[in-house]
Design a binder for this molecule. Sequence first.
Ligand SMILES: [Zn+2]
Length: 90
Amino acid sequence: MTKCKICGVEINHSEVKGVCQTCLIKPFSITSVCRVDLLMEKGMFKQKDVSKFSDAMMQDLADRIGETTCETRIFWKGLNYYGHELLEDL
Ligand SMILES: [Zn+2]
């Protein structure tokens, strides 16, 4: 019986050696967006428009930005670059 190198739980088998299924799929937030962000870039949105963004619209906005980040490969490039940078620091 081996133990997960991250959380220490005993694992029978796993797709990745030494890492349990729970640790493999544990999510970490990359970023978030709030209404104040709409005003951070001067001239991008007018203050009067901020109240038009409902919670559902903000969630939709976050989802679309997330999808775009993946589609433009920014997500994967960042994952590759910063992941290796962190490994080099070990
Ligand atoms: Zn684990």
